[in-house]
Write a protein that binds this ligand. Structure first.
Ligand SMILES: [Zn+2]
Length: 461
């Protein structure tokens, strides 16, 4: 296949590609606001029609919330299926007065398109569809098996996506998942995400007297639940940043030497991040860099702590109760359930019998990792190199991506890759969100090469 004709067609049609993209950007698909229900339906219909026109069988999947666009092209029964995920809904636009141009009237300034959703996530998944469209228009077919899933409620936590996925596993079944909702590590540094941390989350309450009592009358004699709480929490992590729960690190998959080398070379701007956050120093785990500690190592964090008197002036009491919410970010191969078991056992052994406490286990999230030498990564590596002039960096994210976990749980795919062409300073979720036209087109070109490269990797065996 001579790809240069396809690449040439993209360049010759830049204006019409942008016009088409702008049509999508003009739809105010704010999922958080019920007033935009019709806009969500309209956008879903528009996408179904669009997918239909580029050789995909498409339809709307109804949920009790916003519709999901589903399109497929799976004519090769002996070849793997690639599922591409994106979301057509966007964040609300307020504060509107801070926008320099109307959020749903896409405006070009230099290399940038200003519009809500330009990066997150319309620009990201639309680049994939555009690549497919141009391949289809030039060759009359699409190489490989594809399923396209474009959700309409990602920005409100994918509230109804799980019910769809769990009830229609067969329909969504895929070997590789590509989530087009990540981005470059820094502008000009494309990235592929191959892992995410998980989460174990708890709420603890320590109790003392059944009601707040006078500290002058009872102080020194009656147990204070605030002390109990800080004693317990302070014993979960030492001064080296290590978690002290026995067995906590047992299942932890250590970052491999190549991962640490790669992370050391990333343009992680330690000084400017410190300045931006207003912190004097990072408090990373001993023997690990701040970036490693924030992505490939587990952590313990107190997310909130409350109890007793917190109003103005002084109120002399011993509080009846004191609580905290705390979490562990988990790495492969830890699990939220085992973490809960280890924590509860540990608390039994360190908390004296005269302290009353109760721990509630809140919903957790499993960590995710894919071998980044799988074909989806190697194919993108080559494709991106061809058009960005450099290989993408392979990274693991410190947070979690809800849909990635849903795909992992219900489809058990061979690989999950997260990609995108946006940059960290595109202002997603903020006023004046923008997206680079150059990166949008480099993304389309890269996707064309990816589609053929990915396909070729299976034909090569
Ligand atoms: Zn997004």
């Amino acid at each position: 296949m001579n790809l240069s004709a396809i690449h040439q067609t993209i360049e010759e049609n830049r204006q019409s590609v942008l016009d088409h993209f702008f049509e999508l950007l003009r739809m105010p698909t704010i999922s958080a606001n019920p007033d935009h229900k019709d806009d969500l339906h309209h956008a879903a219909q528009w996408l179904v029609q669009y997918c239909q026109n580029i050789g995909l069988q498409s339809r709307i999947l109804h949920t009790s919330g916003a519709p999901v666009v589903f399109a497929e092209h799976c004519p090769y029964p002996n070849q793997p299926v690639l599922l591409i995920y994106g979301h057509y809904d966007v964040q609300p636009v307020d504060p509107l007065e801070q926008w320099h141009t109307p959020p749903f009237d896409p405006t070009t300034k230099g290399d940038m398109i200003y519009a809500r959703g330009a990066d997150d996530d319309k620009g990201q998944f639309f680049s994939f569809l555009k690549a497919m469209e141009i391949i289809y228009s030039k060759t009359g077919s699409l190489p490989g098996n594809y399923k396209i899933v474009i959700e309409g409620e990602e920005e409100i936590g994918s509230a109804h996506f799980e019910e769809l996925l769990s009830s229609q596993r067969e329909l969504f079944q895929a070997d590789s998942i590509l989530i087009m909702d990540a981005g470059q590590f820094a502008r000009g540094v494309p990235a592929l995400v191959y892992g995410l941390r998980g989460l174990a989350y708890f709420e603890i309450t320590c109790t003392g007297p059944v009601f707040d009592v006078h500290s002058g009358q009872f102080g020194g004699g009656v147990p204070n639940p605030a002390f109990s709480l800080i004693k317990i929490l302070s014993q979960l992590k030492n001064d080296q940043g290590q978690i002290t729960i026995p067995g906590f690190y047992q299942d932890v998959q250590e970052p491999e030497p190549w991962e640490r080398d790669q992370m050391a070379q990333l343009p992680f701007q330690e000084e400017s991040i410190k300045k931006e956050l207003g912190i004097r120093a990072f408090q990373q785990e001993m023997n690990y860099t701040p970036l490693e500690s924030m992505t490939v190592r587990p952590t313990f964090d107190i997310c909130g702590i409350w109890g007793g008197y917190t109003g103005s002036g002084s109120k002399t009491i011993i509080p009846a109760r004191c609580s905290a919410k705390f979490s562990f970010r988990l790495v492969p191969n830890q699990t939220p359930s085992k973490t809960a078991t280890l924590l509860l056992e540990h608390l039994k052994s360190i908390v004296p019998p005269d302290i009353d406490y109760h721990v509630e286990v809140l919903p957790g999230i499993e960590p995710i990792i894919t071998d980044p030498h799988k074909p989806i990564f190697t194919a993108f590596n080559q494709a991106i190199k061809n058009h960005f002039g450099r290989s993408p960096v392979l990274i693991r994210g410190g947070g979690s991506v809800g849909v990635a976990n849903l795909f992992k749980r219900y489809l058990v795919p061979d690989s999950i890759c997260m990609n995108g062409w946006g940059s960290p300073d595109d202002g997603v979720h903020s006023p004046n969100e923008h997206f680079s036209i150059n990166d949008f087109f480099r993304g389309i070109h890269s996707t064309v090469d990816f589609i053929f490269e990915f396909q070729a990797s299976f034909n090569r065996g």
